[in-house]
Ligand binder design. Structure first.
Ligand code: ANZ
Ligand code: ZN
Length: 819
């Protein structure tokens, strides 16, 4: 018979689904429970690629499952449509970034419609629409009012290629997260969001996510926030009035501090360097300014530094210790200066050994002296050479010395975070304008809400947008020059735009009421839909997007706009699609074209291959995937549906019990497997059901048996989560009306789940001695053991072991007794 072509039914069903619009979320309460399934929204960088195909196939499974279960499901789609690639394309083509952006969105939307995730298209949004970014600006102003958006000067990360500043989170291993260029430092005045004010809560609230988010994402967030506890200790510097404070996690080692190190690029180093050391210091600082943070913190590198010609006084013993400058101390962490304890800190030890500085053991860990081994002893032990805390353990020592310092007024307990404030301004055009006006008389003035949105000018294009280190918006004179909203005097608009991560920090709220005009979202709708039950997306967002979104949610909570503090209840990170173990992403280029794959194999085959290849978290090597196998399976499904010879509504209970048992076992297992995201295993169970059904048709009760219909309908419904076109086509062949998506998830009949038994006859020397109730699937070996263990058989055999045992599972066991 001719092979089914999954491509043949796509157009028909796509049109039919568009008509039925089956995936619309219902705003009103209709008695159904709600579920919110969200996929990380795409950036419109051309057509959809293989990575999208995987992510959206995975994200679609829970959405379709919940539809089947009768929930009121919100599964929206939109575009993260501001950003640099659009601007670079516009420069190249002498056009406006909007042209490229919206053309790509149209392309992706068309591809999505064919790929057919169960989206509610009516909620579609684009972050570059003024209707959307009006509210991004509104939120910025609320942050501003709360002191959470502020401007400050200082050293920032600068991408020399993209000609813009970057947030710390966008610097990966010292390189620009987007283009890979080596990031430089510049001193600039920029806008920041005060995410550090939420550091404790970002950490604390992770308790809500334990076991629901991937452990590695939680770990990455925890490390990024980097909470550390210790003490601030004040050291007097000879010849300086103000003491210098250092932050230490090991105040118990204070007596072992043999020198102090100041960050080479900290103002303090510049201020205290002695005249005779200035030339050496300045040369060194110049060298350091060219290094990345990663290089600076590396423990592998040889230590470098310069003596500042000054001395500090240890507050506990009055000892005079030299002050050095080095790059391994960071200006922006703690106080930009440390007390160095070479015996118990490896970096300090490396430094001391290189420059011949003292090493004094103050914690006896039982290990050899660090100068002998070159290894600092960092573990617990008995504190020595430390009059105020002699003999204590590490923990006791930390507690006690902190008290002593506090009593003397030379120190206190302290908490530090690695997390820095989020730098949000960008010197680029295609982003959300910062709604602030700078007035000569009034300073920073927020644009009044009723004047929002501050729209991007539409007369800039092509070369006007070329990166030059300052915002292209500055060139639009008629846009920049405005009346001050406060005093009416002449003022200028802020010409920076926001980091696009600001746009994506709140889009999922907007989906709950995408056309709302009274605010960023309708508080009531958000209360009904959120938090999000399932969020699916790439692990590349493990820090950036997820941390920022969590921060936004907490601010909205504090504003009284939402009643939860974590936006994403469950998170699933899909793996990557690779080819012969080479990463296939937008940066490395697409080695396999999704459009071509779909044209050749059809949507269902591609989706099924994505889902069947392994657990959703694992990478998929496209070279290992059997598209032919997927097509063959779908063909078998289709053939079964076309052969079923009973009427819809036939009474399944009158059908073949063996097949019914397989069907109901499959339902039961598929339910558990989908619930636990083991989609690939769920698909193998469906495959087994297909095999059993084939067998029932060919060599069992036949195509007219109602159990065969029951199996075929079950296959169609279960398969609708993974291969929607074939599922729908099968459903139609079975005489059912579309859409299969809402057929309802089948429930397993518990009676059919109970293990069936058959009776096995056990003969000894040709005489029936026992009857055993056993599983029909029992192995010969198990049955033999069971038969020999029977007391009646043992009686009949007497003492000696049997001569032969002939097993015909599951019906009969024949035993020939021994002599
Ligand atoms: C003395 C000491 C003795 C330290 C010892 C450690 C072990 P975390 O956990 O990351 O907070 N430190 C402080 N400020 C620093 C800076 N700006 N740049 C580089 N290092 C800095 O680490 C805190 C520890 O890192 C501090 O505790 C300090 O070294 C160093 F046996 O002080 B410690
Ligand atoms: Zn003014």
């Amino acid at each position: 018979d001719e092979q089914y072509d999954p491509r043949a039914v796509q157009d028909k069903w796509q049109a039919r689904w568009a008509e039925l619009d089956p995936f619309k979320a219902v705003e009103e309460d209709d008695g159904r429970e709600r579920r919110y399934a969200l996929d990380m929204f795409p950036y419109p960088s051309g057509d959809l690629h293989m990575g999208h195909a995987e992510a959206f196939a995975i994200g679609d499974v829970p959405a379709r499952y919940w539809f089947q279960r009768g929930y009121n499901v919100l599964h929206p789609i939109g575009w993260d449509s501001f950003g640099l690639p659009a601007e670079n394309a516009a420069i190249k083509r002498d056009s406006h970034p909007a042209e490229w952006t919206y053309a790509n969105i149209d392309t992706q939307a068309a591809s999505f419609k064919r790929y057919a995730p169960a989206f509610d298209w009516s909620r579609r949004l684009h972050t570059s629409d003024p209707e959307y970014y009006r509210w991004t600006q509104w939120l910025f102003l609320r942050f501003y009012e709360r002191g959470l958006a502020y401007r400050k000067g200082g050293q920032v990360n600068w991408c020399p290629n993209d000609q813009t500043v970057l947030a710390n989170e966008q610097v990966v291993g010292g390189h620009c997260e987007r283009c890979g260029a080596l990031v430089e430092k510049r001193v600039l005045t920029q806008w920041y969001f005060k995410i550090t004010e939420y550091a404790d809560r970002l950490l604390e609230d992770m308790k809500q996510l334990e076991g629901k988010w991937p452990e590695r994402v939680l770990l990455m967030q925890r490390n990024w926030i980097g909470r550390s506890t210790g003490a601030d200790v004040d050291f007097v510097i000879e010849g300086r009035d103000e003491p210098v404070t250092v932050y230490t996690t090991r105040p118990d080692t204070l007596y072992g501090a043999t020198f102090m190190v100041v960050a080479a690029d900290a103002d303090l180093a510049e201020e205290i360097v002695a005249p005779e050391q200035r030339t050496a210091f300045e040369a060194y600082r110049e060298e350091v300014s060219r290094e990345s943070e990663i290089e600076r913190l590396s423990t592998e590198r040889d230590k470098t530094g310069v003596f500042l010609g000054r001395y500090a006084i240890n507050p506990v013993n009055g000892e005079r210790i030299p002050v050095w400058a080095s790059d391994y101390v960071l200006a922006e962490y703690g106080h930009g200066a440390i007390m160095a304890v070479p015996a118990h800190d490896q970096r300090d030890l490396d430094f001391a050994l290189k420059f011949g500085l003292d090493v004094r053991v103050v914690v006896d860990t039982g290990e050899p002296h660090p100068t002998e081994t070159g290894v600092a002893t960092t573990g617990d032990g008995r504190i020595v050479n430390s009059p105020a805390i002699e003999g204590l353990s590490k923990a006791e020592g930390i507690a006690r010395i902190t008290e002593v310092l506090a009593e003397r007024g030379t120190g206190k307990a302290s908490v530090n975070f690695r997390l820095r404030d989020w730098l949000v301004s960008r010197q680029r055009f295609w982003g959300c304008p910062i709604p602030i006006v700078h007035c000569e008389a009034c300073g920073e003035v927020p644009v009044p809400d009723e004047q929002l949105p501050v729209r991007l000018p539409d007369n800039l294009r092509g070369a006007d947008l070329a990166p030059k280190g300052t915002s292209p918006l500055a060139a639009a004179a008629d846009w920049v020059n405005v009346e001050c909203p406060k005093c009416g005097g002449s003022a200028k608009r802020d010409t920076d735009t926001m980091d696009t991560f600001v746009d994506s920090s709140w889009y999922y709220f907007r989906y709950c009421s995408p056309d709302y005009t009274e605010g960023p979202f309708d508080v009531e709708q958000v209360r009904k839909w959120m938090p999000i039950d399932q969020y699916t997306g790439g692990v590349e967002h493990a820090i950036l997007h997820l941390l920022y979104s969590r921060f936004f949610t907490k601010v909205l909570y504090d504003m009284g706009m939402v009643d939860f503090t974590e936006p994403f209840t469950r998170l699933l990170n899909q793996g990557q699609v690779i080819l012969n173990a080479k990463a296939m992403s937008k940066t490395t280029g697409n080695l396999v074209d999704l459009g071509e794959q779909i044209a050749e194999h059809g949507v269902d085959v591609v989706r099924l291959a994505m889902l069947f290849s392994g657990p959703p978290e694992d990478d998929i090597d496209w070279a290992d995937v059997s598209l032919h196998g997927m097509a063959k399976f779908l063909s078998r499904v289709h053939r079964i549906a076309s052969e079923v010879a009973s009427d819809p509504g036939a009474d399944a209970t009158t059908g073949d019990e063996g097949l019914r048992r397989v069907t109901h076992h499959t339902i039961s297992e598929a339910t558990t497997l989908v619930d636990s995201h083991r989609f690939n295993v769920a698909i193998s169970r469906i495959m087994e059901l297909v095999n059993a059904t084939r067998k029932a048709i060919d060599s069992g009760p036949g195509a007219a048996d109602p159990a065969v219909r029951e199996a075929a309908e079950t296959i169609a419904i279960l398969l609708s989560l993974f291969a929607p076109y074939t599922a729908e086509e099968s459903w139609a062949l079975l005489g059912r009306s579309a859409p299969v998506t809402k057929a309802g998830w089948p429930t397993a009949d518990p009676v059919l789940l109970v293990q069936e038994t058959v009776t096995c006859v056990v003969q000894v020397a040709g005489k029936v001695k026992d009857r055993l109730e056993i599983s029909p699937e029992i192995s010969d070996a198990d049955l033999e053991a069971l038969a020999l263990a029977s007391p009646k058989v043992q009686d009949a055999l007497g003492g000696p072991p049997p001569r032969r045992v002939i097993v015909r599972a599951p019906k009969i066991v024949n035993i020939v007794p021994g002599a």
